[in-house]
Design a protein around this ligand. Structure first.
Ligand code: SF4
Length: 86
């Protein structure tokens, strides 16, 4: 989750707060395709437990956030939801 956009109250309840937030973006040193898929699945599993999943996804789509896992969706999945080419 990116915190650079305007902070929202619902973010206080985000299940991805803390060290697990590292699962939501690629590491600085890069990752192989299989590593990315596994990381994204771990992040999505956290999102499935999150009480603010709907608010998060709405926020990401409204802000056209194209990086990281938000609301249980990947960049590619959100591009489809926003109507951008994948
Ligand atoms: S839905 Fe996922 S990315 Fe959004 S706040 Fe919850 S855990 Fe974080």
């Amino acid at each position: 989750m990116a915190w650079s956009l305007t902070y929202q109250d619902w973010q206080n309840k985000a299940a991805c707060r803390g060290p697990q937030s590292l699962e939501f973006y690629p590491p600085a040193h890069g990752e192989r395709r299989e590593e990315k898929q596994h990381r994204e699945q771990r992040a999505k599993a956290i999102c499935r437990t999150c009480p603010v999943n709907t608010e998060c996804l709405d926020f990401a789509i409204g802000g056209r956030e194209l990086h990281g896992i938000w609301g249980g969706t990947t960049e590619v999945e959100r591009r489809g939801l926003i109507g951008l080419s994948v």
